[in-house]
Design a protein around this ligand. Structure first.
Ligand SMILES: *Cc1c(COP(=O)(O)O)cnc(C)c1O
Length: 401
């Protein structure tokens, strides 16, 4: 019997998550390769003129140009969609290409967007600076307070945009409440799920309409390429996202898609182990630093909500010390953990958001979203937990903690 290759939804949807991550979307060529093929091609050829005419008319499936579709990228899109439990997915050049496409493809002059104040720096830039330039009104709220979402709704509100957990304060949004509220007002929810990924949290199970990703982070998982993805219903992807994407071109390169495809095969394992390491390391330093921001710890005000929505709490947490000088002293004393602003990597990385990822937004916006001068964010990797504990113990000690 011929083995299924992973493109038949009637088969792949019956697969359990681990099987989807390994085999979902695999599209074998006539050579029967085991690993997904890397199609480095911008264009395609046709046997005759009628064929190409039929493809351009949409009467015949098949590739026409890699800004519209590429076999390697299509494999990634199918695998991400399956893992997410989404009808459709389109890969993007980066996480920010994904967020920009998810917002600009559906918002127009006169529309209103409500966004979480705690967010990745560039996500805040989209909301604070880009959307208003096109006459799109925005309101930024404390996303952890359900009533603030309700209060911010106007007759022209079209989109809710947020991360959960948020970067770098680990604020949690009540997915059931916020997505339910949006639905009852005809508002589209766009959830940036980069910190958790589908391995740990599937927002569509709570009613989210659109899930957008930086695949640069946990999906790649080894700090190699930039990539992104937008997931949604087939109708939304085809009618809202695709006209924007096909004509503006924020596409994922086939090579980057191939790297992320390989990353997805181990995503579940990495996400669970890194979450376990992050929880152990958080417990190890809690009590020794003035403030912890870790959704997996009882001290996090939204711990119960995080436990309800997430299978595990992810590799990233933050903690606060008294000021920039001490935060920088900790970074400088680390011997194993690298100073780096990337996240999701198998290597442990620490950064000081106020002087890096959140520097450009200015002091006022930082204060409003809780990014203090003493805040440090760590991505906990796959190293031995005892080595990580020793390194933090040494670094905190050197900084007088
Ligand atoms: C990194 C990140 C982004 C941007 O992704 P890029 O791939 O760097 O463009 C967006 N949102 C969140 C939450 C992120 O962590």
């Amino acid at each position: 019997m011929k083995k299924t290759t992973g493109t038949d939804r009637s088969v792949t949807q019956s697969w359990r998550p681990a099987t989807r991550a390994i085999r979902g979307g695999t599209w074998r060529s006539e050579h029967g390769e085991t690993s997904e093929a890397l199609f480095l091609t911008s264009g395609y050829t046709y046997d005759d003129a009628a064929t190409v005419a039929a493809r351009f008319a949409g009467d015949q499936p098949g590739m026409t140009y890699s800004r519209l579709q590429n076999p390697t990228v299509a494999m990634l899109e199918e695998r991400i969609a399956l893992m997410e439990g989404a009808e459709a997915c389109r890969a993007q050049a980066s996480g920010m290409a994904a967020m920009t496409a998810a917002l600009l493809s559906q918002l127009s002059t006169g529309d209103h967007c409500v966004a979480a104040r705690a967010a990745f720096g560039s996500c805040r830039w989209l909301v604070d600076h880009l959307l208003p330039r096109f006459g799109i009104e925005t309101t930024v709220i404390d996303s952890a307070v359900n009533e603030e979402w309700e209060r911010a709704i106007r007759p022209n509100t079209r989109v809710f945009f947020f991360e959960t957990p948020a970067n770098p304060t680990l604020d949690i949004v009540d997915l059931s409440f916020v997505c339910g509220l949006a639905k009852s007002h005809g508002i589209v929810t766009v959830v940036d799920n980069a910190f958790a990924t589908s391995a740990l949290q599937r927002p569509m199970e709570f009613g989210a309409d659109v899930v957008a990703y930086s695949a640069t982070k946990l999906m790649d998982g080894q700090g190699r390429v930039l990539a992104g993805a937008v997931c949604g219903s087939e109708e939304w992807i085809d009618e809202v996202l695709l006209p924007f994407q096909r004509n503006t071109g924020p596409n994922c390169a086939p090579f980057n898609a191939w790297v992320v495809l390989k990353g997805l095969e181990t995503l579940g394992l990495r996400a669970r182990q890194q979450s376990e390491n992050a929880l152990a390391l958080g417990k190890f330093i809690e009590g020794r630093v003035p403030r912890m921001l870790h959704p997996g710890l009882e001290s996090h005000p939204q711990h119960a909500l995080a436990a309800k929505q997430m299978d595990a709490f992810g590799p990233i947490f933050s903690f606060e010390v008294d000021g920039r000088e001490r935060a920088h002293a900790i970074l400088d004393a680390l011997e194993l953990v690298d100073i780096s602003n990337n996240i999701g990597d198998a290597r442990s990385l620490m950064c000081h958001p106020a002087s890096t990822t959140h520097a450009a937004m200015g002091e006022e916006a930082r204060a409003e979203m809780g990014v203090s001068e003493g805040l440090l964010r760590i991505n906990v990797g796959l190293e031995d937990i005892e080595d990580l504990k020793e390194d933090l113990d040494r670094a905190l000690g050197a900084a007088g903690l």
